[in-house]
Design a protein. Structure first.
Lengths: 482, 464
């Protein structure tokens, strides 16, 4: 049932809307709307019941184990939400003078300093609105750096073949060509291929470490040297920062510019697909190019740095100040953890991943990189299962929903066949991991005894498998009262 | 340990299963030389009571002000239901609906959102949101340039907020796209068709048309749209979603309607929150849907023929197309859209109309009241909506500072970006301002302007 189907003409919620309905007499008819928009006319209770019921048709961290690889679906502490939603923070207009928001700006300034400390970078801008926008800012800074040196021949960004899709898409948005670097048998970047690929055309390399294969890139120092010697810069995609936070710093690995996903490592809510926040950090040579605004502290007062302070900035990425409320939540989370807690994040995320990997291996699952230690996530390949039973990774993923677990990331990275990328995160208990391992083992047995049961899953969700071809061919993306 | 459930005996059991002695052994693939020594700035952890105290202290220091600032972001009453439901864990802690069967709640809500936005703008399709209004405009510019394959320029009026033009420039310049800025009439604050009609349209993909514009002034959207279409350009409408309850929607501009509509979604149930998170929206004609960036939800059926919802047209997106995607956008602003959908459902067409009409009536009242003060005049004698510009005989920055001491944030000083307008101040009064708020603003402004001292300083600053 759609909310529109509950609608009855003239029904309205008088307690929620303004008392008066002033006549508009000073705007000529040519500017005015003649009809009214097709918004639903429903009561408050109808709204509450409808959207409460819809919410119950979701899996979420609060209701289910959600081991979505590369997304760091960990518990979002309630205190972060509660204290970010104090009225003084919520009611403040972003164009108000900084004198009306010193407490708020202090939180942001301290968050900048915390992120510098954690990543080993020299400067941080909180302004990018999501990881992909952080990537954009990072690559735009690489471009601004080369331009500032009149080094105009560098038109290529290198990206490992295992990278997130946002990496090559970002390079294109910044006007670069993309060249992919292959992965070696151990899951590392193929160093010889990299050496052959770099040259005077190389603007930079984008790298995630630990990589999207769930393993630490052991040759990182060598990779940094190769890229730097060719005159390129090294970009760190912080998608997997949760694996190393407090244990190793991208700045020490030789990265020049990084972005962080606060909705991952700093546990701000994923919200059904955002909002995120994608702060960027840089080393000395990229400091002048950071996106604005940035919070500065001068004589105990906080203010925004603008174009006047940073004339070489790549510019602004949003109309206001970045996703301020997300930043405040991340600040609260960082303070609740503290320095000891932050190191434990990486330790227990890694412990959980390696434990779950061992449990699955002992239950007959194949690891994509069995010779390697898991970082905070790892890859299972179901290639053998497919060959033996015809059951594919997507079938197993759907059957997991029946068992009460959200599926891991499936079919990513693209270079591992029939893969699951599994990231348990540090906030899950041993019992939850054991239950998940048992559920996957049950599905393995089901696939061998009754493959149809798995292939036709899910059976217990509000809908069964959806016709995606029909969705794309007979596009229905808006209700139109028919 | 905060947010980590493991007991010591569990840790020992887990290490045994892995076959290592200590957690530190799990990091043996990290080269010794790059292992972090320690964190130097991050302080020790605090508990919930302590962080609550700290955040409350800082909030109290900031205090609460009576707000007369708009500029594309505005204060509205947000019904209690909106955030009670939005912060339910099932919405708050879910992610992008990759597993459609386990995400029907979020997916149906997004479909309802798309339907509401398409209806508000009178266009056929909507996406599931972008980051904010300014980045949505940038994405619309990119979409228009993709659609008009050989063109590289876009016409953008300077009656669009300066910061929007800056953001668009940041995002599109590396792809060789040029923004051609259009001047405006300093007499009535709009983009006259006779300025536009003198422009060459070679190599131009689109014209951006704001309604209302940054000054609150209404543009001649029909004439501008017709001119653009006559010259083979696409039209990108930049609109305030609340205004759409009252003003002609972009899909009905001119003979053929605008092709794309974008804007800042914040007025629809999202708090000001010092700058975000907000959301951007984008709607377009069906024929442009494959140029649209971001998530799109479609309605389909399951294997039993039951209706259901799924992400669709994913072949446009970065996780499939990689370097050939329409945009690098991945995460958008799902939770804000949850709030906006619930807000629009609660208010309905009549409620939204009342909000829009009260915003307009209050702004008109504010402009009239303030313009009576000696040294204050209203600029631009043209129809407006929701915001307006005043010219003062004194420096707006100093006046705003004096108002702030009285607990009033009084508007945006336009003089740095629009020096040709003199001491111009952009003001706004939404449905949340009362007659007494407006009267109070007028009283203080008059006192400040005349340098009389009717009240002792700081007497009315609300201490929070």
């Amino acid at each position: 049932m759609l909310i529109f189907e509950l609608s009855q003409p003239t029904r309205r919620n008088s307690a929620q809307s303004p008392r008066e309905r002033p006549e508009i007499t000073d705007i000529p008819q040519e500017f005015l709307r003649e009809d009214q928009a097709s918004l639903p006319e429903v009561s408050e209770l109808q709204v509450v019941r409808h959207y409460t019921r819809l919410s119950q048709r979701n899996f979420s961290i609060d209701t289910h184990f959600y081991p979505l690889g590369s997304c760091t679906m960990k518990y979002n502490p309630r205190a972060c939400n509660k204290y970010a939603m104090l009225p003084e923070y919520l009611m403040r207009h972003p164009q108000s003078a900084v004198t009306t928001g010193q407490g708020f700006l202090q939180c942001l300034h301290e968050l900048q300093e915390i992120l510098k400390d954690v990543t080993g970078m020299k400067g941080v801008s909180l302004t990018p609105l999501a990881g992909a926008q952080g990537e954009f800012a990072g690559v735009a800074m690489i471009r601004a750096y080369h331009d500032s040196r009149d080094d105009h021949g560098r038109d290529e960004i290198l990206v490992p073949d295992a990278a997130h899709g946002t990496n090559p898409a970002t390079a294109t948005m910044c006007g670069y060509k993309v060249r992919e670097i292959p992965t070696d048998a151990d899951g590392n970047v193929d160093v010889e291929a990299l050496r052959a690929a770099v040259g005077p055309q190389t603007a930079g390399l984008m790298l995630t470490n630990p990589s999207t294969l769930g393993i630490f890139e052991r040759h990182i120092q060598k990779i940094a040297d190769i890229v730097h010697e060719a005159g390129g810069l090294l970009y760190y995609d912080g998608a997997n920062l949760n694996a190393i936070v407090g244990k190793a710093k991208p700045g020490d690995m030789g990265f020049d510019v990084i972005h962080m996903n606060l909705h991952k490592t700093f546990s701000t809510p994923h919200g059904g697909g955002g909002p995120g926040a994608g702060p960027v950090g840089v080393n000395d040579r990229l400091l002048p190019f950071l996106p604005i605004p940035i919070v500065a502290q001068e004589g105990g007062q906080y203010r925004w740095l603008t174009e006047q302070d940073l004339p070489q900035t790549i510019g602004r990425l949003s109309a206001n100040t970045g996703n301020a409320g997300v930043l405040v939540r991340a600040f609260i989370y960082a303070r609740l953890l503290g320095k000891e807690g932050m190191i434990r994040v990486a330790e227990f995320a890694t412990l959980n991943a390696n434990y779950l990997m061992a449990q699955l291996r002992s239950r007959g699952f194949d690891m994509a990189y069995p010779q390697r230690r898991a970082a905070h996530e790892f890859i299972v390949t179901l290639k053998t299962l497919k060959e033996q039973t015809g059951v594919i990774a997507m079938d197993v993923a759907k059957r997991l929903l029946d068992k009460g677990y959200h599926a891991p990331t499936v079919y990513f990275p693209l270079l591992v066949p029939e893969c699951f990328l599994i990231e348990p995160t540090e906030t899950e208990s041993k019992q939850e991991l054991d239950g998940f391992a048992d559920a996957l083992a049950e599905i393995l047995a089901e696939a061998r005894q009754d493959p149809e049961l798995v292939k036709s899953a899910p059976h217990t969700t509000p809908v069964t498998r959806l016709d995606e071809v029909k969705a794309a061919r007979e596009l229905d993306v808006a209700w139109n009262n028919e | 340990m905060p947010f980590i459930p493991h007991t010591e005996s569990e840790v020992r059991a887990m290490l045994n299963v892995i076959g290592v002695d200590a957690i530190a052994d799990l990091f043996d693939e990290v080269p010794e030389a790059i292992r972090a020594q320690s964190l130097s700035f991050v302080p020790s952890g605090v508990n919930e009571m302590e962080i609550g105290r700290l955040m409350t202290e800082r909030a109290n220091k900031d205090g609460l002000y009576v707000n007369f600032i708009g500029g594309g972001v505005s204060e509205h009453h947000i019904p209690a239901v909106v955030w009670e439901l939005t912060t339910r864990g099932e919405f708050y802690s879910a992610y992008t609906p990759y597993q459609a069967e386990a995400s029907q709640g979020t997916l149906q809500l997004l479909y309802e959102f798309q339907s509401m936005m398409a209806s508000l703008t009178n266009l056929e399709v909507s996406n599931a949101s972008l980051y904010d209004g300014a980045s949505a405009l940038a994405e619309a510019v990119l979409a228009a340039v993709r659609a008009k394959k050989k063109a590289t320029k876009v016409l953008i009026p300077t009656t669009i907020a300066p910061v929007y033009r800056q953001v668009v420039d940041t995002i599109v310049k590396n792809q060789g796209i040029e923004l051609v800025e259009l001047s405006f009439s300093e007499v009535d604050g709009h983009t006259p068709i006779d300025i536009v009609s003198q422009l060459t349209t070679d190599d131009v993909a689109a014209l951006v048309v704001p309604q209302p514009n940054y000054f609150g002034v209404l543009e001649d959207v029909d004439a501008l749209t017709n001119w653009a279409h006559d010259h083979g350009l696409l039209v990108i409408g930049l609109v305030n979603p609340i205004a759409m309850a009252l003003l002609k929607p972009p899909g009905l501009w001119g003979e053929q309607g605008a092709d794309i509509a974008v804007g800042e979604g914040q007025p629809l149930g999202v708090p000001l929150a010092s700058g975000g998170p907000y959301f951007g929206f984008m709607c377009c004609k069906q024929k442009l849907i494959r140029q649209m960036p971001g998530r799109i939800v479609g309605r389909t059926v399951d294997t039993e023929g039951k209706p259901g919802f799924t992400l669709t047209l994913q072949a446009r997106e970065q996780h499939i197309r990689r370097s050939k995607a329409t945009s690098n956008i991945c995460t958008n602003q799902g939770l804000m859209v949850t709030a906006a959908t619930i807000y629009m459902a609660l208010l309905g067409p009549d409620g939204l109309h009342r909000v829009a009409a009260n915003c307009h009536a209050n702004t008109r009242h504010l402009l009239t009241s303030l313009a009576k003060i000696e040294g204050v005049e209203k600029l631009f004698d043209r129809p407006f909506f929701h915001e307006g510009v005043l010219r003062l005989t004194q420096d707006p920055a100093a006046i705003l500072k004096a108002l702030e001491a009285q607990g009033i944030v009084g508007g945006i000083d336009l003089s740095p970006h629009y020096p040709q307008l003199g001491n111009a101040l952009l003001v706004c009064a939404t449905e949340t301002r009362t007659d007494s708020d407006i009267g109070n603003y007028a009283t203080h402004l008059e006192r400040i302007m005349s340098r009389r001292r009717l009240d002792p300083p700081c007497a009315q600053k609300v201490a929070g």
